[in-house]
Structure formats: C-alpha cells, structure tokens
Design a protein around this ligand. Sequence first.
Ligand SMILES: [Zn+2]
Length: 359
Amino acid sequence: MAEKRKVKGLMERLRDGETVICAEGYLFVFERRGYLTAGSFVPEVVLEHPELVRQQYEEFVHAGSDVVLAFTYYAHREKMALIGREDDLERINKHALRMAREVADQTGTLMAGNISNTNIFVDTVPDYREKIRQIFKEQLEWIVEAGADYIVAETFDTFGEALIATRACKEFAKDLPCVVTLTCHQGPLTLDGVEYAEAFKQLAEAGADVVGLNCARGPATMLPVLEEAGKLFNKVPLAALPVMYRTTKEQPNFISSIDPISGEPLFPVNLDCIQCNRKDIHDFGKRVQELGIKYVGLCCGNSAHLTRSLAESLGRKPPASRYSADLNKHWLLGHDDKLPLLGQESKTKYATKLAKVEK
Ligand SMILES: [Zn+2]
C-alpha cells in the first residue's frame, strides 16, 4: 500500500498566510451533465455513478483545488426523504466521503466533509432546532469516521441555522476545524435579521474557525458584502465562494437573475447566459487577495476551467496549467514560427472579414 503523504492542515496553511482554494458546485455540475435532477437537487449520482464523482474530485484537484470536498451536499435526511431514499442515507454519505478521502490521499490534498442547510429552519415545524441538530449529528459522525481533515458547513441563509451547525460541529466533531458560511440573498442582513459582521463574530465565538459567504451571489455582488463586514470583523479568516454567474446590483443573487434579452427568470436551469467567464474569475482571484480573504472557492456554476483561472490568478500552476491557452500557436492570432506562412496583411484581412457585422 502506498504510504500516505503528510499534508499540511487547513489551519496551519491559514496561519502561515497561505490562501486555500476549495472547488465546489457539484450539484450544478452533475445536473448539467444529466445525472441529477434540478428541483430536488439530491446527489444520487454518488450511488448511481460513483466513478463520475471520483473523476470530478480528481478533475477539480487537477484544476487547482487544494481540497476534495466530499459530495454530501443535500445528502441529508430531509432531502433523502424528499425523493423517498431515506434508506440510502448512510450509504450515500459514507460512499462520498470514502472516495473523497481516497482522492485526497492520492493527490496530497485536504479532504473536507460537508453539511448544509436543511430547509427546515422554519418555526412552523415542531422541534425544528432539535431535528436540524440530529441531521447534522449523523452526518458529522460519518465525517469524523471517514477521517476528514475539516468540515465545511454552508449555505445557511439564516444565522440561527448556521449557529446550530457550528455548535453541532463543536459537539460532534470537536477535533476538526470548521468553515461556516452564510448565504447572502438580498440586503445587508441574514434572513433572520442579523448583520453579517455580527453573525460572523457570533459564529467565531461559537467555534467556527473560518467564516464567510458562499453561494447565491456572484463575485461582483458578494465581495462588497464581505469587504464591509471585514472592516468590522477580523477575528478569524474570511471565506468567499461565489456562484459563477454575473449577478448585479439590481439582481444581486442568482435566484433573482433575469435574462438580459428576454427578461425571463433564469434560476436554476437557464443561468448559462450570465455565466462568469475566465477573466471574471481571474479578477475575482486578484480582488480577494487585495481584500486579504484567504479561503476562496467557486460554488454553483463552477467548472474546471474556472477553478484553474482562480488558481492561476493566485500565481499557482496546477497540473491543468500545462494546457492553459497559448494563443501564439493559434492560426489567426498567433505568431509562432511553425504556423503556415500567412503574412500579417492577410491575417488582418481575415480578422476583419471574420469580425465583420453584416448590415
Ligand atoms: Zn452554490
């Protein structure tokens, strides 16, 4: 058996001022690829096509992720019951975790377990707090058992649920660091009315090792919220994991996004027309460095090419950089000696013809 590589831990990296990249967005990846249903959004692909999940873990590492995040997002009791597969709950969690551990060990990366919003944080559900705590408890116990390096607890649009998650992490996985992120939809407050800086402070006091935002907002509308909160709060490192869509001041999150041409709502299956491009993500990477945000990643809408752009914006050269664009070898744009002789004059003519707009 190959000897397990010694890997530097999350907190050591952050203490040394390193930036940690965590590629996410599995639900949307597999929905696009036709292995998961938009709506219920349950990661059944872990059981149906585990080889694809393993490959996606590897692909994100190849593209520059420092972390293999186990794909257990929405593999919790409430979601599994929604599709009538509660009996598969333990199997799906353990399987996703085991594969993530294996890929992390093979690639010398960190493995994170994942818990998320339960969608039952509504006070019309009797004993909802205890129900949520139990959901987190069972998933956290599997995460610990699988030997995760740390925990990602994410996509909480209420501070209250994030606090239950943080406390559960400290109770059921006390030896593991936890990254706790809220989801910012509209306005300066969480859905239960807490300012982000205040929410971060209280989550850190409850034991969160990294706090921040993930999902819902694209880079353009997420970073200003973090920048403001960061002026008031600096107790623990901040995290930024936006969706890969061009959200705007008028439509600050992807649920509110509308098609710029037809005016129709885009969430969740027609967002492609406002997809962030590589330059957007390169700029995002530069901006998080200016802001001193050390835990970064890409959420819904992520793909390997965007993760690579993020990694390269931080000065990294992940394995996928071997294939980064080299336009000098492009027949029209490049000047490589080996290109067939095509004088500059002809190139300009071609370029003009190709870009010409027919009236
Ligand atoms: Zn997301």
